[in-house]
Write a protein that binds this ligand. Structure first.
Ligand SMILES: [Zn+2]
Length: 311
């Protein structure tokens, strides 16, 4: 073998080792495979955010986020007919965000979604509850809805006409339809509060909601999750939130993707307004992945990444 050939072989060997080294570095530091899976194949759960629900036959809509009862009924009936799984906040947290409980086998294959309603309007009882009862009777299925409530409205005589009362909340919980969670005590912008004010908004909301529902809530599931008022949060707010609540909900027009590196205090929601048609809502709901047995498959990678972050 001539000197030239030996030299060429050496170059090839060096190039080969260099490429192997590069690929290993990339796969370790960027966890390429997991990144690809998470971004293109990650299981998705759409979380919808409604506000007031209006019956346009006898109520006037005054607010861009009002949604028509008739349109909501159409959307919900579609979901029930298609056998969607209406998660509550604890189920999302335990089965999908923390994998702390195994998914019940009867739920495998269903598409999971979460329906939330902010601000605790009285119309939840007037307009939403009758739809839920109708669907229950017709299809024998309980649709669970999440209510993010500011309990200050329950104590304020000026607001009680517009907002849900403690007694009304209890009616929906008792019937198995409502999952009651916190939206802060009095809907203050949490990013503008000092520490004691922030503490009051977060703590008082939880206390008052739990006090109202104490004889119904054996599992302490009420007010364990928070939706940030005005969709406004920062690291200080997240930090305080984590002292009282296990997760925090935002609005960012994104669909929740399950996988690693997620912050449970930045859960994405899709804001629904009066221009969102029921067919658009159905399109988004259909993005939901069918629930699989092995939702835990990323857990190993997730821990590996957390470990890397600490290095
Ligand atoms: Zn709000």
């Amino acid at each position: 073998m001539g000197i030239n050939s030996i030299f060429k072989l050496k170059i090839i060997r060096i190039l080969f080792l260099f490429l192997v080294g590069l690929c290993t570095t990339i796969s370790i530091f960027f966890d390429l495979e997991t990144w690809l899976i998470v971004n293109f194949e990650a299981d998705k759960i759409p979380i919808f955010g409604f506000h007031n629900i209006i019956n346009t036959q006898n109520q006037k809509s005054s607010y861009g986020l009002d949604y028509k009862k008739q349109d909501l009924a159409e959307f919900l009936e579609y979901l029930v007919r298609e056998n969607y799984w209406f998660l509550d906040t604890d189920q999302l947290y335990n089965y999908f965000l923390t994998n702390s409980q195994p998914i019940p086998t009867e739920k495998i294959g269903q598409k999971a979604i979460l329906l939330t309603f902010d601000d605790g309007y009285k119309n939840i009882n007037t307009n939403v509850l009758p739809i839920l009862e109708y669907l229950d009777q017709k299809y024998n299925q309980k649709v669970k809805v999440v209510l993010f409530v500011n309990p200050e409205t329950m104590k304020n005589p000026k607001k009680i006409k517009k907002y849900i009362s403690c007694e009304e909340l209890k009616i929906g919980i008792n019937k198995g339809y409502y999952d009651v969670q916190s939206h802060g005590f009095s809907h203050k912008r949490l990013t503008e509060l000092n520490s004691p004010e922030l503490k009051i908004e977060l703590e008082a909301a939880q206390q008052v909601l739990r006090e109202c529902t104490k004889e119904l809530d054996n599992n302490q599931t009420i007010a364990t999750h928070l939706a940030y008022p005005y969709n406004d949060s920062n690291s200080q707010v997240e930090n305080y939130t984590s002292k009282y609540y296990v997760s925090g909900y935002l609005y960012n027009h994104q669909i929740l993707k399950l996988g690693w590196g997620k912050n449970n205090y930045k859960l994405p929601r899709i804001k629904v307004d009066r221009n969102t048609t029921p067919s658009r809502l159905i399109e988004i709901a259909e993005i939901s992945s069918s629930v699989k047995k092995e939702e835990r498959r990323f857990l190993g990678w997730r821990h590996f990444n957390i470990f890397l972050n600490y290095l």
